[in-house]
Design a protein around this ligand. Sequence first.
Ligand code: ZN
Length: 342
Amino acid sequence: MAWVNFKQLRKSLDFEKVLVLYGVTVKKSKGNRHQGFCPLPTHHGKRKTPSFSAKLDWGAWQCFGCGARGNILEFAARMEGLDPANMQDLRQVALKLQEHFGIVPTGDGNSEGNRQDEPDAKQPTGLPTIVNAPLDFELKNLDPKHPYLLGRGFTPETIEHFGLGFCSKGLMKDRVVIPLRDHKGALVGYAGRVVDDRRISETNPRYRFPSGRERDGVYYDFQKSQFLYNGFVLARDGRFHEIQVVESFTACWWLRQNGFQNVVGLMGASCSSQQADLIVRLVVPGGLVTILTDGDDAGERCAVSVFTEVAPRRAVRWAKLQDGKQPTDLAATELEAILGKK
Ligand SMILES: [Zn+2]
């Protein structure tokens, strides 16, 4: 059970029980609030006044003496002598609490099929939220020569262009990681795809997307619905007379490798209004948006959603695939036949 669903864990944890676990005698007052001496090992100064206050319903706490504050996990991390600002430390303490309270982590919703159509989860804390904020780290030592990528026919040039590589440690262990850059080019997260499909399960989904994180009272969230894959590369180059819109990462890689450079991916089976805005921004007035989705019911629903969102502002064409076909099944000549000349 090495997987943590942070959103679920935060909802499942009972702050009072966590306080008790760390030796705090809880004294409840109005508003389900606990007030007492600061229990933190990092507390400076004397403990003469009850400077530590915890809102049990909210899972938020602060100390007026030492100035520390945070959420339940950050409290536990400090009590363990760990660094609450360090993701690995938070994960370590999350695993411990998860196990102690018998919380079984659920998958992040992408365990079904090849699709990534889970709607963005809403964070429950009521904290100020920043969506798709730039990351303050980059994954290193990714292996671009992994057989998963080469075996599916992707060339070293394609792999390099998208910055893909196999990750052998951390949260993305045993996955091909896919850097996600916003329309300004900032790295906002990584998606990770399992390389061995036999190991896909409820707790080990085919695709893993960035999970939300809390720091200093701010919630940092990743939302696919506000993101267009490969959109940055296009935005950098200006505006186009024609672009292609596909559902998946792999379709994006495949089209580009076969000469269709102006391709963007929705990373899901529908087009949000924010994604439509990003698409429209990339196409000159009078230009054309071509949809190439999978040849199945979900692909058709996806195409309809692109139509609905984009057609009022740009011409939209649907390059419909035969039943059961995916863009990655098509050779270059077939792509050209259905999409027109590159
Ligand atoms: Zn304190």
